[in-house]
Every structure is written in structure tokens, then in C-alpha cells.
Design a protein around this ligand. Sequence first.
Ligand code: FES
Ligand code: FES
Length: 915
Amino acid sequence: MLSLKIISVIVNGIRKSIVCDPEETLGNVLRNQLGLTGTKLGCGTGQCGACSVLIDGKVVRSCVKKMKAIPENANIVTIEGIGTPDNLHALQIAWMYHGAAQCGFCTPGFIVSAKALLDENINPTRKEVRDWFQKHRNACRCTGYKPLVDAVMDAAKLIRGEIALEDLTFKLPENTSMLGTKFPRPDGLPKVTGTCDYGHDLILKLPEDTLHMAMVNAKVSHANILSIDISEAEKMPGVHKVITAKDLGDKNVMGFTFMAMPKNKNDGKERPVLCDKKVFQYGDPIALVCADTEVQARVAADKVKVEYELLPAYMSGPEAAAPDAMEIHPGIPNVHFELPVIKGEETGPIMDEAAYVVEGDFYVQRQPHLVLEPEVGFAYTDDEGRITVHTKSLVVVLPQIVIALTLGLPPEKVRIIMNPVGASFGYKLTPNSEVYMAVGTWITGKPVALHYDYAQQTYYTGKRSPMNTYCKLAADKDGKLLAMEHDIILDHGAYDAGGDFLATKAARFCGSCYHIPNIRGLVKSTFTNNAFGTAFRAYGSPQTLFASESLMDELAAKMGIDPFELRYKNIYRPGSTTPSGNELDCHPLEQLMDMMRPKYQEAQARAITESTPELKRGVGISLGTYNTTGDHGDNGEVDLELMPDGTVTVYNTYEEQGQGAEIGTLTAAYEALRPLGLKPEQINLVMNDTAKCPITGAAAASRLFFVNGNATLHAATQLMDAMRKPDGSFRTYQEMMAEGIPVKYRGKFTNADHTTPYNLDNGQGSPSSTYMYAVFMSEVEVNTNTGKVNVLKMTLNTDIGTIGSKLAVDGQMYGGLAQGIGLALSEDFYDPAKHQTMVACGFPYINDITDDLEVNYIQTPRATGPFGAAGCGEIPLTAPHVAIINAINNATGVRIKDLPALPEKVLAGLKSLKK
Ligand code: FES
Ligand code: FES
């Protein structure tokens, strides 16, 4: 029998009597019983701080605080008690001013935590702010932490009266451009006040007869399934249905067939919705339990019994690619896609005769995305009979197609709506949970909600695909690059859906930034029994740039010249071609390096002065580039509609993942419609609902500001042409109506007229509209006793064309650099039974990320870009990790070739140098 406790507490200044289960957590009681969903639940295990609240002035992580431990009369403050949309706290004002809420999922926890700090110390130093967040485990995956500390410092100044409210209020002068400004993000206010409802918040507000789904996940990596027994689970309290493959009949195949590229030996049918014959990876779903509550569904899911016959698990690309490895998907070779790269002359003779040759094997790990918000969503049948799924997807049209193909429905019978998202960084490119939710509704006829716990989030979402890259570079006696060879094994995990496309990225970026006239290479995309591969920021480039950018340092060392100058000699200049043989529309690397050179020299001098035998300092450089837009034919559409009140509504699917889709949409529409003289608040945003919006495409490949912007310009031209009177003034909505002139226009963009297809026979082609460029510099300190590496400073000089929102772009750069530090030093996911928490996966907390993040821009306008813009999101994570690894080498002589550079690897390297 459940015995309850009644407790009298003060919540946000109001006394409340709460009747609750004493074993229940405060977080669940606040959210589920009191409706205070501003308190977010992320990890659920005390590791992320998203659920932070104050109890009697102290910061408490409410996900691990049991109700039985709450004292009578406790004074509890949640984000809702700190400030409201019309009465903001200084911290909330500063948070918006600094763009510190990107995805915003961490924001309430940070603000609550910072409030306690400022109550205790109204004049903290940056270090005290950082130490406070470290102590209270406030984790952020998006921002690189710097804007958060900036916000706290400014909030403190505002409270102390040293600055005025106006100093933290951005004002756009009338009739001026918004480009390159810090105009506030439209999504800032709900995020800083906790009023933004993410997926799980929305689930709590769904109608009562919503069913809650729990997955039955395999806990083995490769096995035949001998039997599945659901009889006990079906009898558990609250259970409505236990769905297995039997319920799906011939519809038990994920609808990915349209994604397979020509030459892929996989036809895209290898992934079942629910496994019934084999398990291909840890976490594979075997059944879906639908019950009245999430707890009931999870308890019943544990009662499903599965018997396995274990098979050898192939946990690396080379193992799975070995000739004697069994086929993971019977009938399909493990190496299911091979992409040759053939540029220029045969490389063998050139290598034989070159003055300098370097080569090596490099490995970049399965980087987990480590978002704070676990996978979540829900499905129902809408009032027009469409299966409607609310999701975190970063390309809403994709789950629409996949669900339609899976269930044999016309796409218009499937509707996808995007929820506010606690970040993605690419993992939501691959639909899968959306299919389970749709299946749940399709079979039960009821609304169905699905919410992963954090362990499921780590083991059953896609990961960055590891690559084993062998690379060889040849240069002449002056250091001019002559040739490159590579052999890359790409571990795409248990399922394909993009493994072929990723191979093209690996090929395009190995050796990029330099003119290498002759290349021979091969990229092999391979099934393994690891977590399925998906997109991750800078998709495909960090893996192969690790090899080529490390070898550039090795080559310089062999020649006895500075690695900076070797790079400078070989960078793209007019006449250069990329590894895929295309020429470029601009060449900013020389200017970016010229800007970096004095900083590099100063950093080198600092490293020499400040190095000690125990704490050795070093400086590393790396270059990165990445495409804007996907491949040849990439396209997108945007609608603009003049409204009766004279405002204009934008309709698009520019998926807000925290990167700034709303400010990107607003900026593009405001700029495109400047002749109308609209104020920003006269532009309405309707986004990310496939029933209302045209397809603008994926929040990937740094393409959406570019594609959306171009399509918006096209729509705006049509709308303004229609509104324009003979005297040059514009018709009102009412005048348009009176004259029978349409008020809604569709803008279209395709890159097909200025790109060429990528040739899968030789890896050559010019498939993207333009590129972004970066020069990274890292300054590190290596503890020679422990092997621990401390990144002291990261400097990034970048050219992404004209900057749209400076606030969003700065945020992307800081966040990408922070993820680069994690990629270099700590993040990994190789044991699915072990890596089930943020800490186990090496999540970087604030004191793991330097506060000294310097970003400098040049803005070379792109001829094809809207307002001259290229993209943004991918570039900061192309190669920052290599600058760090090169800096470790500069400090100690240790060359790390296998990421992450954990202290034990660095220590082992130091020991082997001593031998
Ligand atoms: Fe409570 Fe992460 S610390 S949800
Ligand atoms: Fe901090 Fe996204 S803004 S986790």
C-alpha cells in the first residue's frame, strides 16, 4: 500500500500543502503535481543542473531530492519565482542580452543557480561564477559557457547600480539593417522565464487518455532472437498494448529506402522498426509498451522476456570490414559503400620521388551529442485524420517521409510539428523515435507519448561515426604539397541511413584547406554493432581533418619549418582546387592566417616563458573548412503573406535547435522586406509544421540561413512587386484584396544552377554553394605528472560571409569550440553498457572549458549567399580538436593519434618519449 505524506512548504512565495509520495522526487512533484514545468528534467541523475531550484536559499538538484528530505516550511524557489515575462529579474534580462539561452534547456537551472550566487555575493569574479556553476553541476552543451558568465557579471552590475537597464537593452534604430547586430532572439523571453514548453512539458499537458510508451531495449550488441514473451507484461497494471513486430506484419521496415545512394550495396531496408529475428546493436527496440503512465509502461517493459543466441559483436570498423567477419545484416556486405577519390596523377610514383613524405593512422571516436534534453515526443491523429507527431527533428520533412513509407501512407496523411528542442547538434537528423510514436498511435488509435531516460538517450540515439583514417602526404623540397593518399574506414554502426553520404564528407574534407594536385583515396562505409551513425556538427570533417591536420604538423617537423608557415604556403588561393577538384568562390584563408600570425607569435612566446618542467605549455594551429548547403540540387521554400493588419507572416521549416532559427528567420525577412519599412515586431513567424509551412529543409550543412534567406528574398521580391503601385508606393492588404491581388507568395531557392553533382566514381565535383573557413589556435598546458591537458585559450579566426545575427553567430562559435575541447580531450561512447550518463561520456563542465575563447571575423560577401552570407554552425567544430592535439605535441613532443587524448594516453606518450 502506498502511504502518502502531507507537507506544508512555501513555493515561490505562496504557502502550499502538498500531498505526495515521500519517495517521489521534488522535481517530479513540482512538474507533475504543481505544474511548474519551468524546472526542466534532463539527466535525472544529478549531473546536469537543469532541474535546479532553491530550498531555503541553497541550490538543490530537484531530480535527486526526495520529498521525504524536504523540511516542513521549506522555502522553495523555482524559475517561475525569480521573474516573470513582465517583471524580469536582472539575470533574465542579461541572459537575453547576451544570447545566453540557445536551446535554453539549461537556462532555468543556470538562472536559479546564479540567483543563489548573487544573493550570497553580489560582486563575484568570473572565476567565482565559474566555480559556482562547476560546484552546482550546471551543465550547458550549447554556449561554451562564456555568454553565461558574461550574463551573470552584467546582471550583478545592474543590481549593484553600476549599469542601467538601457545598457542591457538592444535597440535597433529605425530603418537600419539588422545584419551583424545583437538584436535579441525572439525565443529568448520564454526560455529565460521557464515558460518555454519542451516536449516533456507538453506531454504533461496532453489530454488524460494519452498513453505513455516505453521501449523494451536489447541489452546485447549482436544476437539472434530466439523468443519474445510479452505475456507477463500484458497483464501489468495500466497496460493497454504491448506492440511487437508481429503487430506490424509487412510494415516492420523503417522507410529509409529513398536515402540509399547509387552504388550502395544496401537497399535501405536493413532496419526493422522492432527487432524480432536479430539484434544489431545495444538498445535495439524489441517491443513498445503502451500504458496509462510512463512509470507503468517502464515497469511492464521490464517484464518482457527475450531469449538470445549471442553472436560475435563487431565493435570497430576494421573488425567488421575484415574478410572473415560475418555479415551483420545477412545478404549485405558489412562494407556496403565504397567511395574512391581520384584527383590528378597517380600518386604512387609521386610519393616515391617526393622530398618529404609523412604518413600515419588516426582514429576519431564515437563522439556523443550529449544534449541535456533526452529524446521526447508524442503522436496523435489530428482533426483532419493525419497521424501527427511532435518531435525534436531537425528536418521535419524526413520523419514525415519515413513514417509514410513505413506505414504505407501518403505523406500528406502524416504531419510533423517541431517542439522546442533541448538541442540536437545533428543527432535528430535520423528519424526513429518518431516512427515508434506514430506506430503507437496507428495501432492503439490513441495519443501516445514517448520519453527516453538519459541512459536510453546515450545508447539509443545516433552518434558521430568514428573513422580510422590512414593518410599519407608528400611535399617537394620547398614544402609544396604534391600528393595525398588515404584509406578510411567509417564505422556507421548498426544501420545505414546516411553512411554513404557521410563517406562523401570524409573524402571532401581529408586534406582540405590546401591545394593538393594529386589524390588517391578510398572511403569505406561499414556496418558494425555499434550505435548507429548520424549527423554531428561538421559532419565528417573532424574525423579526416584530424589525420591531415596532424600530418601537416608532422611534415613541418620533418622539414624543420614552422607548421604555421607550411600551412601558409599551401592554403587555398585563386586557382586552387579542393580534394573534390572544385574551385572556390573566395579565398579568405590567407587573410585569416595573416590576422592569426602575430597572435601565434605572441602565444609561442608566452608558452616558452610560462612553461615549467611540470606544466609544459604549447601552441597548436589547425585549419578547417566546411560546405554551406548540402549537395547539388539542395533547395528550400519559404512563404510570405501580407496580413490584414499590415504585418507579414513568414512560413518556413527552419528548425530551431538552439542555433537561432527564429532570429535567422526574422533577420532574413526583415532585411528582405526593408523597402516596406516594417518594424521587426511586424513580422510574424509560423515555423516547423508540415501542414502549414513549405519545406525549407534540414537544419544541417550550415544551410538554413543561406537557403531560407535566398528563398525569403525570392518571396519578398514577388510580394513587394505585387504590392507596388505605379508611383512606387505599396498597396495595403485592403487595397490588394479590393484589386483581387494575391497576398501570399512562395519563394524558392535551389543551388542547382551554380553547383555540379558529386561523382561517386571518383569523388570529384562541386556540389555545394559556398564554403566557410577557419584558422584555429590552441594554447595548452600539459601536466607531465598526470598527463592532464588544460586548454588555456582558443582563438578562432573565421570567415562565414556576411554575419546575420551576431548574437547567434558568436554563440555558435563559442559552443562549437567547447565541443572541440570535449572531442579532443574527454568525450567518447564505446561501451553502451557503461557510457550511460553524461559524466561517463566525458561531458565537459564549465571548468573543462577555458573562459578565454577569442573569435575574430572577416566577412567576405558570398555571391550566391543572401546578403552575402554563407553558413555558420559547422565551422567551429571542423578542426579545433586538432589545434589542441598539435599544441600537446608542441608542448611535450607527444603525438596523440587516437582520440580522446585522455590523461593516461598523454602520460603513456610521455613515458615512451623518455625511453
Ligand atoms: Fe537534475 Fe540533471 S541534475 S535533471
Ligand atoms: Fe545550455 Fe542549450 S543553451 S544546453
